[in-house]
Design a protein around this ligand. Structure first.
Ligand code: SF4
Ligand code: SF4
Length: 335
């Protein structure tokens, strides 16, 4: 495993971290097994969030007795001072620790970012918690380029997390500037929310960029960890054949695809929007039509139930034309 310094935090971290979203779908014992495997493999960076339901809590359980061996990062959607102070305390309790290495402002819009840094905003609570030793460093996460660009001029931002993968490399220049300013760069969505099937290729692409401090693939199984470790431990340069496969993935996915972040929810009509797109992807792109049809048929509400209110589109950070895309899904599945 390669190690690096996470920008101005000075923290020494493994270049692959553990993304704590999928841990929500397993149990505490599995979380414990995984944290011990991470330790054995030399992976010392763990990312979670207040918003990932039980993730902090399961990881806190799994880290009992070994917490000091890891760099722990979490984040909160709180935008005000009081809400952020409460969330930091909740994270400390859930993670069963008396300090958190990196606490991040979770995915604000430009308007929300203005609120975070204004008097009475979340940044005040973060700076107070840092002075009190409850947290050690402060970071920011986002999906919007504008937020990324602004963050580069904010002194309090020690790390920045942004989607980066084979098909979403629009942030590459900013990632380079991030490294130039010694802000640690954390690559999220290495598989583009599951749209990229070849996890090894996806990780090899990110590892090859020296401006990326750490990539945090989500994992909930030991098999996934082993596969990701093998990809990250392969330090050979990208081959022509790999570059060709990456180009093929870009051609198939294009730019208009769902990253399964679920920020569009809840849907007025009760449709699980990202699942509808996921099953459609399996039907159209990956040749798993039978599997996709069975899963799609089990959905309570399907794409044809969309009433066209457009609320989801105002929430999608990728500005996807969700209504238009759902109409195609309904056409493909016949409902
Ligand atoms: S436009 Fe359709 S999919 Fe979007 S929230 Fe409204 S009903 Fe749901
Ligand atoms: S439609 Fe947009 S907001 Fe909803 S899950 Fe997909 S990428 Fe995320």
């Amino acid at each position: 495993m390669e190690y690096t310094v996470l920008g101005k935090t000075g923290l020494k971290i493994s270049r692959m971290g553990f993304g704590g979203i999928p841990i929500q779908r397993v149990d505490r014992e599995t979380a414990r097994t995984l944290t011990h495997r991470l330790l054995e493999a030399g992976v010392n960076y763990i990312d979670t969030a207040r918003g990932y339901t039980v993730s902090e809590e399961y990881l806190g359980f799994g880290l009992e007795g070994i917490r000091g061996r890891f760099i722990l990062a979490t984040k909160s959607m709180a935008r005000t001072r009081d809400e952020m102070a409460a969330d930091i305390d909740r994270s400390l309790k859930n993670l069963r620790t008396d300090y958190i290495d990196l606490y991040q402002v979770h995915n604000p819009t430009m308007e929300q970012l203005a609120q975070v840094i204004a008097p009475g905003g979340a940044l005040e609570a973060l700076l107070e918690a840092k002075s009190a030793g409850k947290i050690r460093h402060i970071g920011l996460t986002a999906h919007a380029m504008q937020v990324f660009e602004s963050a580069l001029d904010m002194d309090w931002v020690e790390t920045f997390m942004f989607p980066y993968n084979i098909v979403e490399n629009q942030g590459e220049d900013l990632i380079r500037r991030c490294a130039g300013k010694n802000i640690g760069f954390i690559a999220m969505k290495p598989l583009a929310g599951g749209a990229i099937e070849d996890a090894s290729l996806a990780l090899r692409y990110i590892r090859a960029n020296p401006s990326v401090s750490v990539v945090i693939p989500g994992m909930a199984e030991e098999g996934e960890l082993a596969q990701n470790l093998a990809a990250m431990n392969d330090l050979s340069p990208l081959s022509e054949e790999e570059l060709t496969r990456m180009e093929a993935i870009r051609k198939i996915l294009g730019t208009q695809f769902c990253r399964r972040c679920n920020y569009c929810q809840p849907c007025t009509a009760g449709i699980n929007i990202s699942s509808a797109f996921l099953f459609d992807g399996y039907l159209s792109r990956y040749g798993l039509a039978d599997w996709a049809k069975v899963r799609y048929a089990s959905m309570d509400k399907t794409a044809s139930d969309c009433v066209g209110c457009g609320v989801c589109e105002t929430r999608c950070p990728y500005h996807l034309p969700i209504r238009e895309m759902l109409a195609k899904v309904a056409e493909h599945f016949g409902k």
